[in-house]
Design a protein around this ligand. Structure first.
Ligand SMILES: NC(=O)c1ccc[n+]([C@@H]2O[C@H](COP(=O)([O-])OP(=O)(O)OC[C@H]3O[C@@H](n4cnc5c(N)ncnc54)[C@H](O)[C@@H]3O)[C@@H](O)[C@H]2O)c1
Length: 347
């Protein structure tokens, strides 16, 4: 059934870096969404909301967007589902596999409520990831046997200051979108002897090349992960936060008939007395701005018209398991194998 012009009433949790961007999109750029409430625990956010969003006395939210610090995602999702609300939550569900499983199972027990963890690269309509996926599906590159992703944040002068932000949990948080991109672009489900076991083993390495203080937190400022899927496909992820030129996102598809490079970076070229160079992009919010519109539009269509969602909760669970295993491998200096139930074996 279609609800025609009806708008879904949304509450937003979290007005941090991504939250303020989301708030403006929810308030002014979604014809099928009405923002009815925002909340943040940080002092001063009330003032920001009053000055930047349209005041409303309406409540009766039907859906929530959770854009808070990662550690708060799981309890807020569970609470929202218990309150009969549709839930969209930024990645990751949790940095802990058991908690992620609990959330995924809870959402599965409520098929009447939509649940979406939007993975950025799956939802990039106007950039190259969906085009690359179409190339793969058409067979133009032959069989894709490996995928390599690179995502490097611009160096941050406060990079070694511990904050509540997600930036300081290299594998279990920052790598989630990259790992999901690998799963999206590789066929990781065919040829499995045990359907639950998609991954064979992972290994990870990391460095503190610039921000030495991160050693105290068992974190890295440059990190590499290798994933061998159970059907033999290989995924390599490299994430860093020390690039001085800007944010970079590049993905290589290795196919039996050809390779393809997805470079979502800016193509604006400058020719001046310094030479020829490409203008850089400061962060993910600018480079992937369209994804934060597309995912909300898709979610509204799913709730109002029962349309399908691009990302399933299983994808959040699978990416979460791989990221937890990579984090363990990095910290302990060991490879991590997965058992027949698809769980990483970590002591
Ligand atoms: N998909 C992407 O590309 C992408 C990009 C950036 C961030 N993220 C994810 O989005 C989330 C937010 O990231 P961020 O960079 O905006 O973080 P942030 O630290 O800038 O903002 C988080 C905000 O949540 C608030 N908050 C914490 N607990 C709360 C609670 N219980 N109720 C209400 N508000 C609460 C904090 O006060 C803060 O303002 C993270 O989980 C991150 O992993 C996803």
């Amino acid at each position: 059934m279609s609800y025609g012009d009806r708008r879904i009433k949304f509450a937003l949790f979290g007005l941090g870096r991504l939250g303020v961007l989301r708030a403006r999109i929810l308030a002014f750029q979604q014809p099928r969404i009405q923002l009815v409430a925002v909340c943040d625990t940080q002092p001063g956010t009330y003032k920001w909301a009053a000055e930047n969003l349209l005041p409303t006395r309406e409540s009766g939210a039907e859906a929530v967007l959770i854009c808070t610090a990662t550690a708060t995602h799981a309890p807020l999702i569970l609470q929202a589902l218990n309150l009969n609300l549709h839930v969209m939550c930024e990645k990751p569900v949790s940095v802990d596999i058991a908690t992620t499983k609990e959330v995924v199972e809870k959402s599965a027990s409520r098929p009447d409520l939509k649940f979406l963890v939007p993975f950025t690269r799956r939802l990039l309509d106007d950039k190259s990831y969906r085009q690359a996926k179409a190339l793969i599906d058409n067979g133009d590159l032959g069989e894709i046997h490996a995928v390599e992703t690179t995502g490097i944040d611009q160096a941050d002068p406060n990079g070694s200051t511990p904050t509540t932000s997600s930036l300081y949990m290299e594998f279990t948080d920052s790598h989630t979108n990259s790992v999901d991109a690998g799963r999206y672009l590789l066929d990781v489900k065919s040829g499995l002897s045990s359907p639950k076991k998609q991954v064979n083993r992972v290994i990870a390495f990391g460095q503190t090349a610039v921000y030495q203080d991160l050693n105290k937190y068992g974190d890295a400022d440059n990190a590499w992960g290798l994933v061998e899927f159970a059907n033999g496909k290989i995924f390599k992820t490299y994430l860093g936060r020390t690039l001085t030129s800007g944010f970079e996102d590049t993905t290589r598809l290795c196919g039996t008939k050809g390779h393809s490079i997805i470079s979502a970076n800016s193509n604006v070229e400058i020719r001046d007395h310094l030479g020829i160079r490409t203008q850089s992009v400061p962060d993910v919010f600018i480079l992937f701005d369209a994804t934060f519109l597309t995912d909300l539009a898709e979610f509204a269509d799913a709730v109002l018209d029962d349309k399908p969602l691009t990302c399933q909760s299983e994808d959040a669970f699978e990416a979460g398991k791989i990221c937890a295993a990579l984090q363990y491998s990095f910290r302990k200096g060991v490879p991590v194998y997965f058992d027949d139930n698809g769980l990483p074996i970590m002591e």
